[in-house]
Design a protein around this ligand. Structure first.
Ligand code: SAM
Length: 222
């Protein structure tokens, strides 16, 4: 008898799917220390740098020629570390809040759901532990659709959007078995599918040493 294709198999086939292991805390610590020694990063810069590179799957050398937007950049340590490592300048730190932290390097203040940028103006958009498209920071469901629309609008042709973490609401695909996560993922998927057939969508499930998962979503605009 022919086996029925499960919903998860369909999702994996339709969108592109990968699995990998996260670095352990010990491995992270070794890399952070090395980055501090080699490039004079502060402890905070090294910590955020390693998190961004591993969770968003980016390498400094791949960012060199790209115009990058960091949505919900917080204190902006990723930009600061790139300035020290590759002399990166074409990078916009964007956040809704100005912090008291005198270290912060915010370039543009505003909301992810109404980005103050022209269409197709960034080659790479990063959202790391930020924006409403994330339950852990108290994701607001009403803001998911406008935020995703804005990200799709300002990314250039040939460009990429990376969002981490997105809870899938499904252990097999990544994330917790959380109905809210499932609903959120459904909303993101709907926006991408409605926007344009030119968007390609990939799910990367990242397993931590504790055995739980964080999920990265990569959206490419052709
Ligand atoms: C947990 S911090 C992450 C900071 C940084 N991305 C990192 O990983 O180190 C979340 C950030 O997202 C910002 N944020 C949350 N909702 C936002 C929105 N709607 N528009 C712009 N920024 C937002 C917050 O102000 C905060 O700085």
């Amino acid at each position: 008898m022919e086996r029925k294709i499960t919903q998860n198999e369909k999702v994996k086939e339709l969108f592109g799917y990968e699995e990998r292991n996260e670095l352990t805390w010990k491995q992270r610590g070794v890399i952070e220390k090395k980055m501090q020694e080699l490039y004079g990063l502060t402890h905070d810069e090294a910590f955020v740098f390693v998190l961004y590179c591993t969770n968003l799957d980016v390498k400094p050398e791949d960012l060199k020629e790209k115009k990058v937007l960091d949505v919900g950049s917080g204190s902006g340590y990723f930009k600061k570390s790139l300035e020290k490592i590759i002399g990166k300048s074409d990078f916009v730190n964007f956040d809704r809040d100005i912090f008291e932290d005198e270290d912060q390097s915010l370039d543009v203040l505003g909301l992810a759901e109404s980005l103050p940028f022209k269409d197709e103006s960034f080659d790479l958009i990063l959202t790391h532990c930020s924006t409403p498209v994330m339950l852990a920071t108290g994701g607001n469901f009403e803001l998911i659709a406008p935020t995703v629309k804005e990200l799709l609008r300002v990314v250039s042709r040939g460009g990429t959007i990376k969002i981490y973490p997105v809870d899938f609401g499904d252990k097999e695909l990544g994330g917790l078995a959380n109905p809210a996560g499932r609903e959120m993922f459904g909303l993101i998927k709907k926006e991408i599918q409605e926007a344009d057939r030119n968007f390609k969508f990939k799910i990367i499930k990242i397993k931590s040493e504790l055995g739980d998962y964080g999920t990265l979503i990569e959206i490419k605009k052709n």
